[in-house]
Design a binder for this molecule. Structure first.
Ligand code: ZN
Length: 332
């Protein structure tokens, strides 16, 4: 049915990854991202005046997180910005006590990268650094929601692709390859079940050279749901367009239970967030030497390793992929 669609899907991805630094992005609290789901972590046990947004507190940049993003950018063939800065993204949400998130707006750390998946060259628009929000807990009882701020301030790396993806399978493969790369670089365990890796999909359909209206899909917590949600949207949008209806620009959620997407809200525009430079943090300046030093720490990347195993040991490409999926086996 998908192949019968007269429309070409254009897909872009936004991928958030929690970095495995020792401490949070702007304070000394421990980064507990690896503990979620593994052991019982007491709510609000790793918080301080900075990550809970108390008035009068000052953030400080976690240099380890900056290095991890630069390392990722280099591995993904990005240009690394020698000068960048943090910005405030203003919005209200109960899990964001400051009323703004510290992010990067017009000067991301990394831009214009590339990852080859099969025969497709998928461009990477940007990779930037920001802080994670807290977590709302709705399922304790019917009447109340609780907030846990252990996650607030954990370093979060956001990667945005160019709209270079055209099939659901390619989108899934891109996410899977990124997971391998992040693990090889040791910047994140990138476990989707623990929300260390979160994918969002932008998809539009068009039968002309002009791009169609973009729909964003969130709440994708497995590679399978990335693939299934795109397949679902291709069918849904094809039906609408074929019957002469318009696509609404909106954010939709994915329901694993019902295997469908559902409308959540109209999409915000950048100006809704009133971005402005973060006044409490200095700009980030990197020298050529610092960037070269990080580049020297890059390990052999998964795709290069597969190629080497095929060449050196005469493995099939599939066998080589299976072996390198097990880091310990491949390193030994
Ligand atoms: Zn803190």
């Amino acid at each position: 049915m998908i192949n019968n669609s007269p429309y070409t899907p254009t897909i872009g991805l936004e991928i958030h990854t929690q970095l495995k630094t020792k401490s949070k992005m702007f304070c000394g609290c421990a980064n507990t991202s690896s503990k979620i789901g593994v052991e019982e972590l007491k709510s609000n046990s790793h918080i301080c005046p900075v990550c809970t947004g108390q008035p009068g507190t000052l953030p400080a940049i976690n240099g380890e997180a900056v290095k991890m993003v630069v390392k990722t950018g280099l591995a993904l063939n990005c240009a690394i910005a020698k000068h960048s800065k943090f910005d405030r993204k203003n919005y209200f949400y109960p899990d964001l006590p400051k009323g703004y998130q510290i992010s990067q707006y017009d000067q991301p750390l990394c831009a214009n990268g590339l990852l080859v998946i099969g025969d497709s060259r998928i461009g990477i628009e940007r990779i930037h650094l920001e802080e994670d929000t807290g977590r709302l807990i709705h399922d304790q009882n019917d009447a109340d929601s609780l907030v846990d701020l252990n996650r607030a301030g954990i370093p979060l790396m956001e990667l945005v692709t160019k709209p270079d993806i055209h099939t659901a399978g390619e989108a899934k493969e891109f996410c899977q390859e990124l997971q391998k790369i992040f693990r090889q670089l040791d910047v994140s365990d990138a476990d989707m079940e623990k929300s260390q890796l979160r994918c969002e999909v932008n998809i539009s359909l068009s039968d002309t050279s002009k791009l169609g209206t973009k729909v964003e899909v969130k709440n994708l917590n497995s590679f399978r749901s990335v693939e299934r949600s795109i397949e679902y949207e291709i069918i849904r949008q094809t039906k609408l367009l074929s019957s002469g209806e318009n696509i609404i620009q909106e954010t939709r959620g994915w329901s694993d239970r019902d295997q469908n997407t559902y409308s959540q809200r109209n999409k915000e525009e950048a100006h809704d967030y009133r971005y402005f430079p973060e006044p409490d943090l200095p700009p980030i300046n990197l020298t050529d030497e610092e960037i070269a030093h990080i580049e020297r720490t890059l390990p052999e990347l998964p795709q290069a390793k597969v190629a080497r195993f095929v060449e050196q040991y005469d493995f099939s490409s599939l066998d080589a992929k299976l072996i390198i999926a097990d880091k310990k086996l491949a390193d030994g």
